[in-house]
Design a protein around this ligand. Structure first.
Ligand SMILES: C[S@@+](CC[C@H](N)C(=O)[O-])C[C@H]1O[C@@H](n2cnc3c(N)ncnc32)[C@H](O)[C@@H]1O
Length: 223
């Protein structure tokens, strides 16, 4: 399975079908959940911030859906996905292989954010990771991620909204069912303040509702 740059569709239905086909080695329920992701996570709003031939670090890449999409679209030149979970990384490697562009990506198991690669990247993404990090460790997590952004590069932060209450609840119930955790939503204003104080400008700020869920997207550029 592969796709030429420019020929890849970011239509939600097409993305969903792409992920369903790509992850056919996963158990049926997980495969369905992965393929439902484009209806909740705004991949198209993430992708449009990735320049052609970018060097990308995906912090907390999980099973690698974002990187698989970027690889299949021919969008990235070099990508690194990092996660603490070896099982998720094994799935991410398999998915990358199946895009036909696995030569552009490597996956790294880390024990903590300080083990992120000591390199700089055009884009560093952190998608739905920070709400899984204990509150006391979140500043450090963001600090380690933004350290890896090259001058003029982008830090793309996507998480779930704190309000309204019912969207927060939908997210909590979802994470309780699928990860066994009652998560504490990220205080996005705190992330904004921290990243700006580190010398970044915030150039896009979006709240993106999807079904019962709410996404919060912040895109920063290192000045
Ligand atoms: C909800 S999943 C999101 C995965 C992926 N970013 C996505 O959007 O599909 C959260 C991921 O964060 C990872 N994670 C949690 N703490 C982490 C840490 N300290 N360092 C790296 N990854 C971490 C988990 O293992 C999990 O794969």
């Amino acid at each position: 399975m592969s796709a030429r740059a420019g020929s890849f569709s970011f239509d939600r239905k097409d993305l969903s079908r792409f992920l369903f086909d790509l992850y056919d080695y996963e158990p049926k329920l997980l495969r369905k959940l992965i393929s439902a992701r484009p209806y909740v996570c705004p991949f198209e709003d993430i992708e449009r911030h990735i320049p052609e031939d970018a060097k990308v670090l995906d912090v907390g890449c999980g099973n690698g859906a974002l990187l698989a999409i970027l690889l299949a679209s021919g969008r990235v030149k070099v990508a690194v996905g990092c996660d603490v979970h070896e099982g998720a990384l094994a799935s991410a490697r398999m998915a990358a292989e199946r895009t036909g562009n696995a030569g552009h990506v490597s996956f790294l198991k880390i024990r903590g954010f300080e083990e992120l690669p000591a390199d700089s990247f055009d884009v560093v993404t952190m998608v739905d990771v920070l709400h899984h990090v204990p509150e006391g460790d979140r500043v450090k997590a963001v600090e380690e991620a933004i350290k890896r952004v090259a001058a003029g590069g982008i830090f793309l932060f996507k998480d779930m909204v704190e309000a309204p209450f019912w969207r927060r609840l939908a997210h909590n119930v979802d994470d309780l069912i699928f990860s066994g955790e009652w998560v504490r939503q990220v205080k996005t204003a705190k992330v904004e303040a921290q990243v700006k104080a580190a010398g970044f400008e915030l150039f896009e700020s979006l709240e993106i509702p999807r079904i019962f869920y709410g996404n919060t997207l912040r895109v920063f550029r290192r000045l």
